[in-house]
Each structure stands twice: as structure tokens, then as C-alpha cells.
Design a protein around this ligand. Structure first.
Ligand code: HAM
Length: 432
């Protein structure tokens, strides 16, 4: 009886070899752009104490209320697979005393995250983000630089068609508290026109009402007071400066006072890049300032600013190479009897050639060539077919003492001593 076939869990997917080149492009572009701007790589653990997200992301958010993969370990600790990267990076900043370093401390990551969401195209339960966080400065230039870097990355990856940058400011916690009261009053005055889930959140998180798709709610929100009109003087100045800097950098944006992000830690600047190439899940990447978060996690008062962009969404929206295996400089073939991996051949008869081939393989790789050797016991004829398929530049048919070296591009062929094969390939490749 055959066993039932197992599948990857819903909302997760395997990263197959043909997807690797496009992902490698994203990583290489992120590294070049972010490290060029002084960001350094950080990776935090896949799971953290549940409390980190409860405190950091906020108990009124969808993420904490219903999307976390939380479990108890053997020692009875409550742990959670990270749903996002900002709280963990702030935890690491505090834990490693990074406030003593030169500020701002700029960190980037490319990691997988986990949210129990309704799975659909562009929305997974395990997904990948590239993210950048700058901690320790409240200068508007940090906000602007951070946003410009994401714009640059998306541009570099060919995601420009249908791309919009929405920008807003949520002000400081104090100015938001005043505004929250006004918004609550407006919502309460129209309670019977609102979606039930919006009514339920009037006390906890009234801003989320701007996110609702519910028609009645949308009508009520059209006449709601806007946070941007109630910013304190310093918050308004900060926002004006961020905008002026983006203008100076030539980055186009739309001020959108209805922009709400799904995490509680934001203060002042918030932004989001959306792409029309993505359909319903249009957010490619977003972020903002989170000036109180480090303190909330037990650290010194430290401002912060950052963003994350979804790799799957970048790949959906961009035009990146689907495949493109690395070119093979040298394919190493050898004579065998074609009956499987040396099976059936009298012991010792062909092993000499196989061993010589293996020796050439090590020398070739040691010399920096991309080299592959026959590993599946194919006949010599099929090995040559294989070399062709791989687009090998040279093929060596290796014997214990002598080898035949074929130039697959130039068409020539020569018989040389086996221990000079790699040298000859290097000479040919570098036109020596
Ligand atoms: P976020 O908006 O929740 O922000 O996620 C950032 C990006 O991750 C989204 O724009 C989207 O591209 C991708 N993403 C989120 N959820 C999923 C999912 N279920 N499937 C596929 N892609 C997804 C944050 O996570 C913040 N930590 C960003 C930040 C950094 N703010 C300040 N610093």
C-alpha cells in the first residue's frame, strides 16, 4: 500500500531552483544599495518570546490578535514565530547595547516571517521580507533617506510601472491621543452606519476605520477629521522637512492622510509603496518611524525609522529573470561502459578514468572554474549531450594519462596530458 503524498502547509511554498536566480538578484540589489548607504546585515532568531510582539507590535493589531503562530516549548515558555522584523531588531539593539555605538545604527535583513492570514496570491503564511531599520536619530533626513533607498531598490528591480508612494504622518503619541478623541466622537456619532468590527475597535484603535472596505464605513470616514490637520507644531515641521527632502531627491509621492499601517508602533512618518501589478494585495513595501518602540521594549529612549518589502510581491510585480543557471566552464567526461555507475564493469577497468576525472574536477574548482563531472553513469555519447545541454564552454574526456579537450565554442580539439587540462582551459578562457 502506498502512503498518502504530503504537501507543504497551506500558505507556504518551496523555493525551487528555477526561482533562485530572481531571488538572488533581489538580495544582491538590496545588499549593494543598503550596504552602500552604510546599513549592515543583521539576522535575529526565527522565534522570540511572545511578549516581544504583544508589547512591540501592539495588542490591538490583527497580527497580535489573530495572526501569530504561538506555541509553548518544552520548558513552558510562550514563543512566537516572528510575524515581522522591527520589534526583534529593536530587541537586539537593546540586548547588545547598540545605543553605545555611533548613531544612527543602520541594520538590514532578509528573512522569512510568519502570519496566519488568509492565503492568496501575494499573501502567504510564510513569506520573506527585505527590511532596513535606522535606530538612534530623529532627523527627518533619516526618514527621507530610508524611503529613497526603498524607491531605489524597487526601481533597480524593475518595479516602476504602476508604482505609487503614499506618505503621511501620524504625529507623536501625544498629538495622536488628542486626535483620537475627536475621531472617536465622530465614529460614535455615526455608529449605526459603521461595520461591526469598526464599532468594536472605536476604543482600542479608531484609526483602523480608515482601512475598512465596508461601504457605510467609507462614507463616514470621508467626512472624518484628518490627523494631518491636527499635528503638533514639531510633528508638522518634521513632516514638512521629510517632504522637502523627498522633493530634493526627486522622489514622487502622494500625501494620503488615510494611510494607516497594521502595526501600533508608528509615530510621525508612515509610508507605503503600492503597485497596480499586484491586484488586491497591492502593498509592495512600507514602513515608518517608531520613536517609542525601543523604550517600550525596556531600552533607552531611542528614535527609529525603517521599512520592509515583501520578496514574493517584488517578484510578482517586477521583471526579473526566471532562471539562469551559472555557466559551466568545463564539463569533465570520461569513458565508461554506459551500464550505470560503473556497475558491471570489471573492477578496476574504468575506475582509473573516473578517478582521474575526479582529480581534474578538484583541480578545476580549486582554480576557480565552474566545473561539473559526470555523476550518473551515462555513456560517453550521452555525457557529451549533457555537456551541450549545460552549455559547457569546454569538455574534457579524461583518461588516466591523456585527455581530449574540446572547445565547444571554437570547435577545436586537442589531446593533452591529463594534468595540463585545467591549465589549458584557463589559457583558453582568458585568451592567454
Ligand atoms: P508590513 O506592512 O506588515 O510591515 O509588511 C511589509 C511588507 O511585507 C508588505 O508591504 C508586504 O509586501 C509584505 N507582506 C506582509 N505580509 C505578507 C504576507 N502575508 N504575504 C506576503 N507578503 C507579506 C512590517 O512588517 C514592518 N515591520 C515594516 C517596518 C520596518 N516598519 C518599520 N520598519
Amino acid at each position: 500500500m502506498s502512503e498518502a503524498k504530503l504537501k507543504a502547509p497551506r500558505g507556504t511554498h518551496d523555493l525551487l531552483p528555477e526561482q533562485a536566480p530572481a531571488r538572488a538578484r533581489v538580495e544582491a540589489a538590496a545588499r549593494a544599495i543598503l550596504e552602500g548607504a552604510g546599513y549592515e546585515r543583521i539576522e535575529t532568531p526565527v522565534f522570540e518570546a511572545t511578549e516581544l510582539f504583544a508589547r512591540g507590535v501592539g495588542s490591538s493589531t490583527d497580527i497580535v490578535q489573530k495572526e501569530m503562530y504561538t506555541f509553548e516549548d518544552g520548558g513552558g515558555r510562550s514563543l512566537t514565530l516572528r510575524p515581522e522584523g522591527t520589534a526583534p531588531v529593536c530587541r537586539a539593539y537593546v540586548e547588545h547595547g547598540m545605543h553605545k555605538l555611533r548613531q544612527p545604527v543602520k541594520l538590514w535583513y532578509l528573512s522569512s516571517f510568519f502570519r496566519y492570514e488568509r492565503a492568496q496570491a501575494g499573501r502567504q503564511r510564510q513569506f520573506w521580507q527585505v527590511g532596513a531599520e535606522a535606530l538612534g536619530s530623529q532627523e527627518p533626513a533619516v526618514d527621507a533617506e530610508s524611503i529613497v533607498l526603498l524607491a531605489e531598490l524597487l526601481g533597480e528591480l524593475g518595479i516602476s510601472g504602476g508604482l505609487r508612494l503614499r506618505l503621511s504622518s501620524l504625529g507623536s503619541r501625544e498629538s495622536r491621543a488628542d486626535y483620537g478623541e475627536r475621531l472617536r466622537a465622530h465614529l460614535r456619532a455615526h455608529e449605526d452606519e459603521l461595520a461591526l468590527e469598526v464599532v468594536e475597535r472605536i476604543d482600542l484603535n479608531p484609526l483602523r476605520a480608515f482601512d475598512s472596505e465596508h461601504e457605510g464605513t467609507r462614507a463616514v470616514m470621508a467626512s472624518a477629521p484628518r490627523l494631518l490637520d491636527f499635528l503638533g507644531v514639531e510633528d508638522a515641521e518634521h513632516f514638512a522637512e521629510v517632504r522637502a527632502l523627498l522633493d530634493a531627491a526627486g522622489v514622487a509621492y502622494e500625501v494620503d492622510s488615510t494611510l494607516v499601517r497594521g502595526l501600533d508602533y508608528y509615530t510621525r512618518t508612515v509610508f507605503e509603496f503600492t503597485s497596480t501589478a499586484l491586484g488586491a494585495q497591492s502593498g509592495v513595501g512600507g514602513g515608518g518611524r517608531y520613536d517609542g518602540l525601543v523604550e517600550q521594549l525596556g531600552g533607552p529612549a531611542t528614535p527609529g525609522m525603517g521599512w520592509a518589502a515583501g520578496i514574493e510581491r517584488i517578484l510578482l510585480a517586477g521583471q526579473l529573470p526566471a532562471s539562469g543557471a551559472r555557466a559551466v566552464d568545463l564539463y569533465i567526461a570520461f569513458e565508461n561502459d554506459g551500464m550505470g555507475p560503473l556497475e558491471g564493469a570489471p573492477a578496476g577497468l574504468r575506475r582509473g578514468d573516473a578517478r582521474a576525472a575526479f582529480g581534474v574536477l578538484s583541480v578545476a574548482r580549486g582554480a576557480g572554474l565552474t566545473a561539473q563531472m559526470e555523476l550518473a553513469g551515462r555513456s560517453l555519447k550521452n555525457q557529451l549531450g549533457q555537456a551541450n545541454k549545460l552549455g559547457a564552454r569546454y569538455v574534457a574526456i579524461v583518461g588516466a594519462g591523456e585527455s581530449t579537450l574540446k572547445d565547444m565554442q571554437g570547435g577545436g580539439q586537442e589531446t593533452i596530458a591529463t594534468d595540463t587540462v585545467v591549465h589549458a582551459v584557463l589559457r583558453g578562457l582568458h585568451d592567454l
